[in-house]
Design a protein around this ligand. Structure first.
Ligand code: C5P
Length: 287
């Protein structure tokens, strides 16, 4: 086998709770992560040596800064017996720096794909550990699905799939720096009166999601201060039949869930802000 094609799905957060600041400067989190059908496409092709990254998106770095490049570096470090290298082509469909784990999912897909391409034994547990170095969301992206993630985001507990739901995902063209959002969060006033356990209990034990539970994103206030367009987008969603609307990760992506695909498509077709990235997607199970 000389080449392999991979799909790298994006994620949204159905809940993002911040429990406090850790000694390592990161934040202790409790999140519900969910994979969606919006995905990058990746091609890995063997070459005589070294790592080369090519992409369809001009804003994406192709050097060591690219998380997919870092994943390939880790793979070849772990397998010094391999003399060949790889060319990675990323068809970028997931908006960049948008709170959808676009970079992390490329990294996870590349690490997984290189094991397949070079026929190396795969151990998901150790691959997840290696992906922690790349980013807090990267271990989750290895298999996706509906997951309870804690710690920095790297401690993963699988939950029952919430089922196929249709969403409209909207990303304004404004790119958000995740560290900047967390820093501003630290400076803002906080309230800790929330009940994450009730959400977990609902997702683990009930057949139907109770959207009236506190499915909040603690980064909301900080993200809205940095990117006020988030508020404009939420106001547009308010006038639709959305069952649930929320900010994903550190933003600026907002998504709304609808009862049917038709309703979601209607909202997307009439979207009034012309510079936004707007797409209709569905939730997907573990891959
Ligand atoms: O882990 P990752 O590189 O994706 O994180 C990007 C930034 O987000 C970190 O540098 C940090 O500022 C912030 N972060 C955090 N706590 C987490 C995850 C990320 O403060 N649990």
């Amino acid at each position: 086998m000389r080449e392999i094609y991979l799909k790298a799905p994006a994620k949204i957060n159905l809940a993002l709770y911040i429990k406090g600041l850790r000694e390592d400067g990161y934040h202790e989190l409790q999140m519900i992560m969910q994979s969606i059908s919006l995905a990058d496409r990746i091609k890995l092709k063997k070459k005589s040596g070294g790592i080369v990254v090519k992409t369809s998106h001009v804003d994406l770095p192709t050097d060591e800064e690219n998380l997919a490049y870092q994943a390939a570096e880790i793979f070849f470090e772990d397998h010094p017996e391999i003399s060949e290298g790889v060319e990675i082509y990323i068809e970028k469909n997931i908006p960049i720096a948008a709170g959808l784990a676009g970079g992390s999912t490329d990294a996870a897909a590349v690490l997984n794909g290189l094991h397949l391409l070079f026929k190396k034994r795969m151990n998901y547990e150790s691959m997840r550990k290696r992906l922690e170095i790349i980013g807090s969301d990267a271990p989750y992206c290895l298999e996706g699905g509906t997951v309870y993630a804690s710690g920095k985001g790297e401690i993963i507990e699988e939950l029952p799939f919430i089922g196929e739901k249709y969403l409209v995902v909207v990303t304004p063209s404004f790119k958000i720096s995740t560290p900047k959002v967390y820093k501003l969060y630290d400076q803002l006033e906080k309230r800790y009166d929330s009940d994450f356990e009730a959400i977990l209990d609902n997702l683990k034990n009930d057949n139907k999601i109770n959207w009236n539970l506190d499915f909040k994103n603690d980064l909301k206030a900080a993200a809205e201060k940095i990117c006020p367009e988030i508020i404009e987008i939420k106001d547009i969603f308010k006038n639709t039949k959305a069952k649930f609307t929320m900010l994903s990760g550190s933003g600026p992506t907002i998504f709304s869930i609808y009862s049917t695909r038709k309703e979601a498509e209607k909202v997307a077709a009439k979207w009034p802000r012309k510079n936004d990235f707007v797409t209709v997607v569905k939730t997907i199970d573990k891959y």
